[in-house]
Design a protein around this ligand. Structure first.
Ligand code: ADP
Ligand code: ZN
Ligand code: ZN
Length: 748
């Protein structure tokens, strides 16, 4: 038996050991359907049981002995085919972040399975009008009421929706069969899409850009028309008009016949944001989000593939929209942690966007009010082009920011969580009938230990990262495993007010109710937003002035406009400052900048109170002054000193399993393999750990980590490949899970 075509196929079994391609012959009957990216069924292994796979390559030559090549059993019909450049992207993702090729392919596929396509049936009149009238008269005389109803409807309208006809005209399928048997009508079906936005079309003309905005647009478009492809970072405070810049550039890229992907953090993917794009681009946009069903997402991917839309808006996963002629990828709020995928492959959306742009001759625009250190340092190195918007587009005054020293409050015998300044301002705003937001930045809260009298924080001697308190009354470093006893008095000032830090939203709400008895208070956190729509309900109530004070976590500071808010109080800025990972200072700067941006968005001038034990800390001072450059310089100094990203790269290795001892042994085994590899290859990579993960046990799964630092990313990729290859998935470590994370965004 001879064949014309051969296909390289990836077998769809999520197991590291099967992570390679196999060649199969393509029988003639599949010659046209066997394309790159097509899902196939093939015989596999000794017993030739059938398994699923994907075609990742095609050739006219067999690579191995032709006798040994088996033919494909079938090409799966109707299943989504992956664009060939997305297959390359999947390879790159697997190589760069770890995991199997199957996990990577599943990441880039629009949906994981083919979904039944929803069809709408229509009754279409095919008889000439005059004849129809005759038939109508005839049936009227015969008193066939049901036939008369539908004939009358057809006289009014030559196309009727099938389901609606059955329901509204109260007829059955027999009546329709009679119409069709007599060649009065035919049944047509057209595919309909579940429209995620609705059908309002209120196309508005764009705003006139100010000179700063126009200059950025002109610069970017000049490169684009000259055929130059760069990555741009637009640095501009919230409200400085970044979105207007995006939309202007998008309109030109679309006009040149290309498509655009706009990525927004899920939390910012609100009705208001989407509507702004809808107002400008109408039906040519679509949206993906996590609340949509598989079917809805599949429909939208299909529309993108068929070229029925030009712009896809969505969170991280929208990056893989199967556009055929991509021109531009925008990543708004590029600093957001949610752009890092939390499951294997743990890819970073910005990096993958840039890779996809390279593969498709597209370009990338990143935007942020508080750019990540990674992106900003790339601008300084000249890898990205930096553009800055310096003022708010609609003239609003920047808020007045007060930093309150909580140590001083204690000295003045004020033990309340509200400083005197904050309390006074709350009373003042309440009396003026204005609104207040109280913010507790609890994310990353991990029980760090500090002194309420002098502000001293207990830190690891080796890592300059806060120690966290544990049940056994010890303090532990989750980077290196260093441990010490919990002190009973402060090692710096001797005060006995040293303890693990912690204030919850509930507690703040309680105390606020006590201290401001007349005020109406709403609370927004993971508890109160559990129910579907809870999030939106609370925000709407607050926007409608049904409450005076909104207490909440970082959820309340993201992208909502509340014109009556004239005061934002940050209860304890330190909570995120000492969160036990090296990004704590950056996260604090971002959160404080964002929170400050909430106050005084319109006519009412705003004030911000930041309460802290570290009023001199650069993250707090620079956020209060809105001085990003100063923050960047200080933070980079720390990262360079400690060799944290972006000064160096970090690879996290995580071992997890149900058995503590096995986990312990496995991580030791990895550490040994690692040390051996490093000395054999004469590398200078630094190994930190093994140590228990910060979340040392989750749902009865034990977790141990090792961190590896190196300036050279590729060396870390080499280490990852070596460990992936040498770690046995069976035998001694069966049941142990090995995971990698490059430059982690979250604590483990
Ligand atoms: P960002 O994306 O940086 O937060 P936006 O683009 O959302 O900023 O702009 C903030 C507000 O200012 C929006 O209501 C927007 O319509 C308006 N705006 C932006 N640029 C202009 C402009 N040149 N003229 C008038 N209004 C503008
Ligand atoms: Zn002290
Ligand atoms: Zn340490």
């Amino acid at each position: 038996m001879s064949y014309q075509r051969y296909a390289d196929i990836i077998i769809d079994i999520s197991h590291g050991n099967l992570d390679k391609t196999y060649q199969y012959a393509v029988p003639d009957e599949y010659a046209s359907s066997a394309v790159i990216g097509a899902p196939v069924v093939v015989p596999f292994g000794k017993g030739s049981r059938t398994v699923n796979g994907y075609i990742v390559g095609l050739s006219n030559e067999p690579k191995i002995d032709i006798e040994k090549i088996k033919p494909i059993s079938s090409v799966v019909e109707g299943a989504p085919v992956i664009e060939s450049h997305l297959i390359f992207l999947a390879y790159w993702i697997k190589e760069t972040y770890g995991g199997t090729i199957n996990e990577a392919l599943k990441t880039v596929m629009p949906v994981k399975k083919a979904v039944k396509i929803k069809k709408q049936r229509q009754i279409v009149l095919i008889k000439p009008y005059a004849e129809l009238l005759d038939i109508y008269e005839e049936q009227l005389k015969k008193n066939n009421a049901a036939r008369v109803r539908i004939l009358k409807a057809l006289i009014d309208k030559s196309i009727i929706d099938y389901d609606k006809a059955i329901k509204n005209l109260n007829i059955n399928s027999k009546v329709i069969a009679w119409l069709s048997d007599n060649e009065i009508i035919k049944i047509d079906s057209k595919q309909i899409y579940r429209n995620p936005i609705g059908n309002q079309s209120t196309m508005k003309s764009p705003v006139e850009l100010n000179s700063e905005q126009q200059m950025i647009v002109d610069n970017i478009l000049k490169d684009y028309y000259d055929g130059k492809r760069y990555t741009y970072l637009i640095h501009g405070i919230t409200g400085s008009g970044k979105t207007e810049v995006y939309m202007e550039v998008i309109s030109k890229v679309v006009a040149s016949g290309k498509q655009v992907i706009v990525l927004i953090p899920e939390i910012a993917l609100t009705y208001q944001t989407v509507n702004r794009f809808y107002d400008r681009f109408g039906n040519r946009i679509s949206v993906l989000n996590s609340r949509m069903s598989d079917g809805e997402r599949y429909d939208q991917s299909l529309r993108a593939k068929k070229g029925e839309i030009d712009i896809m808006i969505g969170p991280r996963s929208a990056l893989f929209t199967p556009f055929k002629n991509l021109g531009l990828i925008i990543v708004d709020e590029e600093h957001e942690g949610s752009y890092k995928n939390e499951t294997t492959p743990k890819y970073h959306t910005v990096e993958v966007s840039i890779k996809r742009a390279k593969l498709t001759n597209s370009f990338v625009i990143l935007g942020s009010a508080t750019p990540s250190l990674e992106s900003y340092s790339r601008c300084i190195k000249g890898e990205y082009k930096l553009h800055t918007l310096t003022k708010r587009a609609k003239d609003a005054n920047p808020p007045k920011v007060w930093i309150v020293d909580l140590r001083e409050e204690l000295r003045q015998k004020n033990r309340s969580i509200f400083s005197r300044k904050l309390k006074m301002l709350i009373d003042e705003k309440l009396s003026k009938n204005e609104q207040i937001m109280l913010f507790i930045n609890r994310r990353g809260y991990s029980g760090f230990v500090s002194c309420r009298s002098c502000g001293h924080v207990m830190k690891c001697l080796h890592c300059d990262i806060s120690l966290t308190s544990h049940v056994n009354n010890n303090l532990l470093c989750h980077y290196c495993g260093y441990e010490e006893r919990m002190p009973t008095t402060c090692p710096v000032c001797g005060s006995k007010y040293i303890a693990a830090f912690g204030t919850g939203t509930q507690k703040v709400e309680e105390i606020a109710k006590r201290e401001f008895p007349g005020a109406r208070i709403l609370r927004m956190d993971t508890d109160t937003t559990k129910k579907k729509g809870g999030h939106q309900r609370i925000l709407s109530a607050f926007a409608n002035h049904e409450a005076d004070i909104l207490v909440g976590t970082q959820m309340i500071v993201k992208g909502h406009d509340f014109p009556l808010v004239s005061l934002v109080g940050i209860i304890a800025a330190d909570l995120s400052l000492y969160a036990g990972d090296f990004r704590a200072g950056e996260r604090t700067f971002q959160l404080l900048s964002q929170a400050a941006g909430r106050a005084g968005r319109d006519a009412v001038p705003g004030e911000v109170v930041i309460q802290t034990y570290h009023p001199e800390h650069y993250s707090i001072v620079t956020a209060a002054n809105g001085n990003y450059d100063e923050f960047y310089e200080q933070e980079m100094l720390y990262r360079s000193l400690m060799q944290y990203p972006p000064a160096a790269n970090i690879l996290l290795v995580l071992i997890s399993s149900k058995e503590e001892e096995k986990t312990e042994n496995a991580i030791k085994h990895v550490a040994d393999a690692l040390n051996e590899y490093i000395s054999e290859n004469k590398l200078s990579s630094q190994i930190i750990g093994p140590a228990p993960a910060e979340l040392a046990k989750v749902k009865d799964i034990y977790r141990r980590v090792i961190y590896i630092k190196d300036k050279n990313y590729d060396i870390l990729v080499g280490i990852k490949n070596h460990l992936e290859g040498s770690f046995g998935y069976s035998g001694q470590f069966a049941g142990c899970n090995l995971q990698f994370d490059f430059n982690p965004m979250s604590t483990y």
